[in-house]
Write a protein that binds this ligand. Structure first.
Ligand code: DQA
Length: 145
């Protein structure tokens, strides 16, 4: 089983970016941790991060023949990107949306996710653990098919 973790804009700054909201771990730290967890589950995992909407769309499109599932933190594009939502619907690869912070507890504009309706479900508010919960959710879902 092969899972792609997609990370949107500014997540490359994790570790120093608003640590009160997003924690102290870098994206690299999270990736290392998730890769260890994935090994235990016998799942292959790759990480990708981009600050550019079109690059995320390209990556979703090219995932079609390579990955069984996606875990996506679209970051700010969660709230704005029809293009990422459409790409997820177009490729029809099962996806789980994740967020470090609880987007429903924050500003009004963050409570709306354009991308979540293109996903199986959403995990939000567990810090870096949202990535682990996302891995478990997508793996269990794919195993149940
Ligand atoms: C985020 C929440 C978004 O609202 C924000 O724009 C991000 C990070 C999160 O993981 O909590 O960049 O996706």
């Amino acid at each position: 089983m092969k899972i792609l973790f997609l990370n949107g804009p500014n997540l490359n700054l994790l570790g120093t970016r608003e640590p009160d909201k997003y924690g102290n771990q870098t994206l690299n730290d999270i990736e290392e941790y998730i890769k260890k967890e994935a090994e235990l589950l016998n799942v292959e995992v790759n990480f990708y991060q981009s600050n550019i909407e079109g690059e995320l769309v390209d990556k979703i499109q090219s995932a079609k023949n390579e990955y069984d599932g996606l875990v996506i933190n679209p970051a700010a594009y969660t709230h704005t990107s029809v293009a990422i939502r459409d790409a997820l619907l177009a490729v029809n690869i099962p996806a789980v949306e994740i967020h470090l912070s609880n987007i429903h507890k924050r500003e009004e504009f963050r409570k709306i996710s354009l991308t979540a309706p293109a996903c199986i479900g959403q995990i939000t508010g567990f810090g870096a653990n949202s990535y682990k919960l996302g891995l478990i959710a997508i793996t269990d879902y794919l195993k149940s098919l």
